[in-house]
Design a protein around this ligand. Sequence first.
Ligand code: ZN
Length: 304
Amino acid sequence: MADQLVRATAADGRIRAIGVLSTRLTEEARRRHQLSYVATAALGRAMAAGLLLASHLKKENARVNLRIQGDGPLGGLFVDAGTDGTVRGYVNNPQVELPPSSKGKLDVGRAIGANGFLYVVKDLGFGYPFSGTTELVSGEVGDDVLHYLVNSEQIPSALMLGVFVNAEGVDAAGGLLLQVMPGPDGQEDEELANALAERISKIEGFTPMVRAGKRIPQILQELLGDWDLHIFPETQLLRFYCQCSEDRVLRALKLMGEEELLDMIDKDGGAEATCHFCNTVYQIDVPQLEGIVGQLRTEQASQE
Ligand code: ZN
């Protein structure tokens, strides 16, 4: 099953629902960064949240960055998600492992740490990114992103995020965001919000449903099927994707200047750069470095 995002409305359009299935891209992140179980769960939840937040942006090619900086041993994580359905991210200490929580679950809250901040940056491509910061609630990611959403948008919302990972890898990952939109008079529909919260409290969670073989439309059907549910037919494919390239590495090296580059040629016999986001290693050899030095000298000569 390909990773995908599904949109729906219910209750006469007053409920807005978005679901993401992100099992494959979470597995790709796990493999690329060699993430521990708890780091996989933390980053997987955050990537699903990033994709859900990005799906709110109206503009094409807009992106959302989530940075979660808690006081736990993971040392913080970063996610970059776009309206185009691409996402990438990393955890600062990917190999940290912790014993399961008292509920027998991966202890994401303790790994991230409950003391700290969630930073959200939305880049709509206008050159002035919008940013917001909220304090962490529990470090479990879902609670923290929900707290941010309710604070920044003032819309009653429910957010479910889940990652199930075992020795074979990621078996299920994704999330669901449900929001109760204000009525035509701008009034909050408290009754509807409460009824929705009641339903959500009764279901077993996102990943158990996915592991039972249910897809997003079925999950939405189960949750909202009798509330005039309308699932939009077009689904969006999601994938782990990083914009890094050898060209970008070469441009970054150029900025270091001639002296530094000559040092790399003489002392290191080349340069090695690793992309934070996707863990790709770029080996730049001496002829390539000499090429950049040549470019710098030509540019300098033409300026004189
Ligand atoms: Zn990369």
